[in-house]
Design a protein around this ligand. Sequence first.
Ligand code: CDP
Length: 783
Amino acid sequence: MATTDGVRGIGHSVKRTEDARFIRGKGNYVDDLQLPGMLHLALLRSPLAHARINGIDTSKAEALEGVVAVVTGEALAAHNLAWMPTLSGDTQAVLATDKVRFQGQEVAAVVAEDPYIAQDALELIEVDYEPLPAVVDPRGALEEGAPLIRDEKEGQADNRCYQWEAGDAEATRAAFESADVVVSLSTHYPRSHPAPLETCGCVADVSAATGRAVIHMTSQAPHAHRTLFAIVAGLPEQNIEIISPDIGGGFGNKVPIYPGYVCATAASLLIGRPVKWVETRTENLISTGFARDYHMDGELALKRDGTMLGMRVNLTSDNGAFFADAQPTQFKAGLFHICTGSYDMPAAHVVAEGAYTNKAPGGVAYRCSFRVTEASYLIERLVQNAALELAMDPAELRRKNFIPKDAFPYHSVTGFVYDSGDYQAALDLAMEKVGYQDFRREQAEARAQGRLLGIGIASFTEVVGAGPSRQYDIAGLKMFDSAELRVHPTGKAILKLGVKSQGQGHETTFAQIVTEELGIPPEDIAVREGDTDNTPYGLGTYASRSTPVAGAATAVIARKLREKARHIAAHVLETSPDDLEWQTDRFVVKGAPDRGATIQDIAFAAYTNHPEGMEAGLEGVHYYDPPNMTYPFGTYIVVVEVDEGTGEWKVLRMVAVDDCGVRINPMIVEGQIHGGLTEGFAIAAMQQIVFDEDGNCTGSNFMDYLVPTAWETPRFELGETVTPSPHHPIGAKGVGESATVGSPAAYVNAVIDAVAHLGVRNIDMPVTSARVWEAIQAARGAA
Ligand code: CDP
């Protein structure tokens, strides 16, 4: 239950604490940091996608005034640092020694007195490359005879980087045999990039005197990075402090460990001075973790009346030259097997294989819980095609197959246990808001006049909050999370977390959880994240895991402190703990509500008048291991108008109904949804990292890789339903990624709906005007 207006706990749109510094331009980012004696590092990157390195001549660069050192892979190899482990159990070159494997790969590092000298020196390094054929198409990469990319890996005879499957092949085959109708869809979910406003970077400061390494870095997972640094660099872990200061957006891009971090740390270690490395925009776009790039063949088996019988998927993921995103160890294709979505699917089978190609490594969870976005897109597009095939209304087809709300917890055939859901309610509300039935009439009338209107639905299901540690780990590190809470004598508190905000508003929302549990106003609670010396261990913030895991840890530790507070209050009030009851921000004597002790009174007593035999203070830490994931869901409906002559399409309406369980801060949740819907729109309409046949990346700047502005971005109409997670202490589910996961299919379905009567069944994203126009022409030609 929400606390009173005065205290402003859960359910209140408390203004964001962090904005006080952000809107004044007083944020503290990695590149703001200036340390005495600091040097600057720049990376030489390969111009070729695939080439043998026959030699590197650094003499001219070394001779440039102001250059302190030029580091090559060979120099790193002497310290066993030329290669590093990735978060997916692969290896990645820090600086290339034998070959370059993608355009933009790190080949050498210059350390100089200022960043301009470092850049100038890069041009003086001479690398003798022997070009090799580039492997750009992932399916071609898996064919026999394709040039071998990872020839340095022992036992690696082809370009396959993993093979994985989920579900039941036999049951699915039987389901397809008994089907009246099978619909299929082959589609490519394009390679996109999270493109955070702040690029990646670090300032490494390793003291020659003490051996202590303080590394300020743009990290979404500072604790995991500390452990990996200890393993990679062989530094004792107690001597490493990772500090993630303010971060200007991460969206998954700041989860992997990049060669720049390792080079700067190694340089600082060897030179004995602090070293800063900060990427340019182009470096960020061509070399750091991209997302998606899934080639998917999906099939849905149905009865003639629309009942779903089974789903089958074959997919190939393009992982680039190194398998370097963070993937839970057991799940090589992430959580793609949530692909049965919101539907009661009797059988399903997914076969996934990953290909090494001569492209930048990645496949990061870009506002996505490890490949849920691709899965959600596939099923929601298949459902639309099934509706067309069966001549059924797509809303009716969904309704007929939804997991009923009384069927939770629901065991899916691919191994998930959905905690809760009411898909019907979200669909109904979205349809009501958009005026679905009226629109269908309007659409028919418009068509008669030669105007093409379309409406697209996506009823997505998410799975977030990794994880139960029995199933989920990253590079062996179990996916729990933690919260440490200290209440000071004056009743003010400090909350320290293992997760790390990149703009999501944790300083506000996590304080509100404490407010809800202890009655301390949010402005009296400081939230600290990102400094590994001063926060408890955690796996970091990505895949919408902060609220489901660290949010739960926060509620649990606050409750533990409340129990201790009960005993202190009983001592102060000279009564028995059992005679007390909690009211918003105080314990009162049952039946005598004017006799009580506020949380501030109790906090003071904890340090000045605590009961004999009890430890002083009011503080504690909790490590929370969730019993299950949480399953946010929703329905998005998009209305578009397509110009038949040019293929141009415009969004007329965008209605988004989300259910993320109990909302801690409704304003922040809406902000998360607005951001996600914009990113979903960008992917559906305009974004793609493109390569030519030689592996040249042709989307390496914001002229080519399009980030939507306010001009193109649709107006969003939001709605909510509330289905609390039964196992989460405050009933919350994550929301950070839902809109990016759920919305692309709604946009694309709307465009297809507008032109389906012409025979169009698929247009791959990004759905550009040219692609729409071509699809219309092709359908006409076929008719
Ligand atoms: O892990 P990440 O912070 O990216 O995602 P999240 O846990 O889904 O949370 C995003 C933001 O929305 C955080 O500030 C959350 O505390 C807030 N939120 C909320 O207020 N209520 C929810 N039910 C879920 C998230």
